[in-house]
Ligand binder design. Structure first.
Ligand SMILES: *Cc1c(COP(=O)(O)O)cnc(C)c1O
Length: 461
């Protein structure tokens, strides 16, 4: 975006902003609870400026209520809760309450999704099913800077099939750039497609906030006969998804980021219906036909579709936590209105940052660093709103000199909660279900105060 776009075009007045009432559906920690020691006394018991929903979403009141209800059912009904539940949520079928809601969020049918497991475990499960290397077609195409857990998983899959790291084709941004060009990804797929077994990227990159062209990349991968999977950790609940229509083969996600289901919450996976009868390589009783599951037959009969991959009976507490959050998404009208508000909040954040005297356009960073010393901030997330979700990733200048940790600390003292990635990045993500335009204003104001003190005092430790 151009630095001259006025911030005011993004801001919604209360009367044009129906989703703003959803903030009341969440419990946001106060400044005092977050140990923000430098806020005005009258703000101590006010909600902090929480811009960290990309890392851990805040608690939906509905999730709290549902978890408390389940504890009560456990206390009063014991094992009977599996079949005869006072709120009609028989534990036997608890995941089935989540399936229609999560299917809407990812753009799939109910039978293409499963509420289960955790992200990395599901990723390994999907790769052990869909990564079937042959002598000629054995490579996995991914990013050089993928989330480390994904890199470990990919490497372990390749090794378990007797290949070495040369089977992993890692893509990096061009020199002096932070994000990948779609055309570069498409070129590699076109050039090396015949030897690629699996194309596996993240929907939204955790570090840069880049949203990949999922539909275009999937189509190119499929045209070359590759399997295409996506890690949606930072995409689910953040950007609109149409996994089925995009012809994605499989996807995995966690639910504690934009889906607000709580630390370590239960994850999920998607498998395209074309694979509905794919043999299950790691079977368990929860993937068995529920009609006969409790007859305890010796032979496994898979549920058709994604739910055949379920292994264990799921944690009810974790499942109702995600259920409560997804009910809020549903009441807000689903991803279309949520995304519309997200575009405005993030556009507003970007415009205010660009208007700051500390802002340096990313293309000028290298020159400036050579000239040395200007205290500043740049944005490495793509400027095109179609190529990002809620998050902006800020790099603090000069890089490598400890500006970022100092700013992070100053922000925390002022009640602005973001998160950092070493050495120089702070990620801020206004979440459309609970953040406000005032949160965005406050965060930029506090960021400027923090940079002013760095400029004035240098880095003190
Ligand atoms: C958050 C995140 C993870 C975390 O994995 P868990 O198995 O949930 O601990 C993995 N990969 C990516 C890309 C992530 O963003």
């Amino acid at each position: 975006m151009s630095t001259s776009t006025p911030a005011s075009i993004f801001k919604l007045e209360a009367s044009e902003d129906p989703l703003r009432v959803f903030r009341d559906e969440f419990v946001i920690p106060t400044n005092a609870q977050m140990k923000a020691t430098a806020v005005a006394p009258e703000l101590e018991n006010e909600p902090c400026t929480y811009l960290c929903g990309n890392s851990l979403g805040v608690l939906p009141k509905r999730s709290k209520q549902l978890v408390e209800e389940e504890l009560q059912v456990w206390a009063t009904r014991g094992v009977e809760g599996h079949f005869d539940h006072p709120h009609g949520r028989d534990w036997m079928h608890i995941a089935d309450f989540v399936h229609p809601l999560i299917a809407e969020i990812v753009g799939a049918s109910e039978s293409e999704v499963a509420c289960m497991g955790t992200l990395t475990a599901n990723l390994n499960l999907m790769m052990s099913t869909f990564y079937k290397p042959t002598k000629g077609r054995y490579k996995i195409l991914c990013e050089a800077r993928a989330f480390p857990s994904d890199q470990y998983a990919i490497a372990s899959q390749v090794v378990s099939h007797g290949f070495d790291s040369s089977a992993v084709v890692e893509m990096s941004p061009r020199p002096d750039e932070y994000t990948l060009c779609t055309s570069d990804i498409l070129d590699v797929i076109a050039r090396e497609g015949a030897s690629i077994a699996l194309v596996l990227f993240s929907g939204v990159q955790y570090y840069t906030g880049q949203a990949f062209a999922m539909e275009t990349i999937t189509r190119a991968a499929k045209e070359q006969g590759c399997v295409c999977g996506w890690d949606l950790a930072h995409a689910v609940g953040n950007v609109p998804l149409s996994l089925h229509d995009w012809d994605v083969d499989f996807a995995v996600w966690c639910t504690y980021k934009y889906l607000n289901a709580g630390p370590g919450a239960i994850g999920g996976l998607y498998v395209h219906e074309r694979w509905a009868d794919e043999p299950i390589r790691a079977a368990g009783w929860w993937g068995h036909d529920p009609a006969t599951r409790f007859d305890m037959p010796a032979v496994f009969a898979r549920i058709g579709g994604a739910q055949g991959f379920q292994q264990s009976n799921p944690s009810v507490l974790a499942t109702v936590s995600v259920l409560g959050s997804l009910e809020v998404f549903k009441r807000a009208g689903g991803m279309q209105p949520i995304r519309a508000r997200s575009l405005r909040l993030t556009g507003y954040l970007e415009a205010l940052l660009c208007a700051s005297r500390f802002y340096v356009p990313v293309a000028q960073v290298n020159e400036l660093e050579q000239a040395a010393g200007k205290t500043g901030v740049t944005i490495i997330t793509p400027a095109n709103p179609e190529e990002r979700g809620a998050q902006l990733s800020l790099v603090f200048l000069p890089t490598g000199r400890g500006v970022m940790p100092r700013v992070l600390k100053e922000l925390a003292e002022r009640g602005v909660v973001g998160d950092s990635r070493k050495p120089d990045v702070i990620r801020l993500a206004p979440c459309p279900l609970y953040n406000t335009f005032e949160d965005v204003e406050r965060s930029v104001h506090m960021l400027e105060q923090a940079l002013e003190s760095v400029e004035r005092e240098g880095i003190r430790n």
